[in-house]
Design a protein around this ligand. Structure first.
Ligand code: ZN
Length: 316
């Protein structure tokens, strides 16, 4: 039984439309679902990813309108690494971001650092060639330059790792990388680089911070993962139906919230796969709130909804 890399990472934004304009409009991800927070249905929950919202490509945001900027600190993910094909693609992104007036830093020939409009740190890196390209289509971005999925993430911790390592290695199946604080989650179809870095800084949850990170379980292994974690003496939630996947949650010893999410049913369960993310989808238990939510939620514009992209399978 192996976790298949990362499933999704969830952040907080203060402005849903600004996040859409940045991640879908500028970075070229696909907005694959407009829904609301299960626990706070008056707040948007947006999912971005490749064309299908494949695990490993998914980044999601809770919108808390006007939320104050947060600050990454101990027990929080602070940087997300997005994969691209290589240096030529990094050149493309350096130019594209510049042309759109978005600051970025070519930290080295193999890395481009930037912050999203909420202040979240992102780094474009060369993707592991063993990771299949999970990219969306965008009229201004060729497949060769596109963001190909999430390669890794870096989190802050305040204490030495000894007490945490057993959860990662013995229970969840990560392997220790040769660099300090680095771990690798090697799944059947994807690998993910997970890095701990020390800090003395306390975090503050707010706009531009990461709320949790989810690892990807095969559907048939999900209950066994719950059993394994529970047997290791860790508190784990019951299985929760998140409509697009099933989830369990555990708190990593230094405070990072881990989720383990299934592959199925996926984002096409309540929308035509050709029109993902173009309308508000509500969880069944909140469907009765639709008239009110459609009045109170700020309408969002998905750039894909009005862009005609001819299907040039294999042609780009
Ligand atoms: Zn989640």
């Amino acid at each position: 039984m192996r976790l298949d890399g990362m499933h999704h990472i969830t952040m907080i934004t203060g402005d849903a439309q600004r996040a859409i304009d940045f991640y879908a409009g500028l970075l070229g991800l696909r907005l694959v679902k407009q829904t609301v927070n299960f626990d706070a249905p008056e707040a948007y929950h947006l999912y971005f990813g490749d064309e299908h919202g494949t695990p490993g490509s998914i980044l999601t945001w809770f919108e808390f309108r006007g939320a104050q900027p947060g600050r990454a600190g101990a027990g929080m993910v602070h940087t997300i690494e997005l994969g691209v094909a290589g240096r030529t693609a990094l050149d493309f992104w350096e130019q594209r971001l510049g042309e759109h007036g978005h600051a970025c830093d070519r930290a080295s020939r193999d890395s481009l650092k930037l912050a999203d409009p909420d202040g979240l740190s992102l780094e474009l890196v060369t993707a592991d060639p063993r990771n299949p390209a999970l990219n969306a289509r965008h009229e201004a971005i060729s497949d060769g330059n596109a963001i190909m999925g999430v390669e890794g993430a870096r989190a802050y911790i305040s204490r030495p790792l000894q007490t945490d390592a057993p959860l990662l290695t013995d229970t969840l199946g990560f392997t220790e990388a040769d660099t300090g604080g680095g771990y690798l989650l090697e799944g059947h179809s994807r690998r993910f680089r997970w890095t701990y870095e020390p800090t003395g800084q306390h975090g503050l949850q707010g706009a531009g911070t990461v709320h949790h990170i989810a690892w990807h379980s095969a559907d048939g292994d999900h209950l066994a993962w719950r059993e394994r974690i529970s047997s290791a003496g860790l508190a784990v939630t019951p299985v929760i139906d998140r409509d697009y996947f099933h989830s369990i949650y555990i708190r990593q010893p230094q405070g990072i919230l881990f989720e383990i999410a299934t592959t199925s049913p996926g984002f096409a369960i309540d929308e035509d796969p050709g029109h993902l993310g173009e309308r508000l989808c509500l969880p069944t238990q909140h469907e009765h709130l639709r008239p009110r939510l459609e009045r109170t939620l700020t309408p969002l514009h998905n750039p894909r909804a009005t862009t005609t992209l001819t299907d040039q399978a294999g042609g780009r």
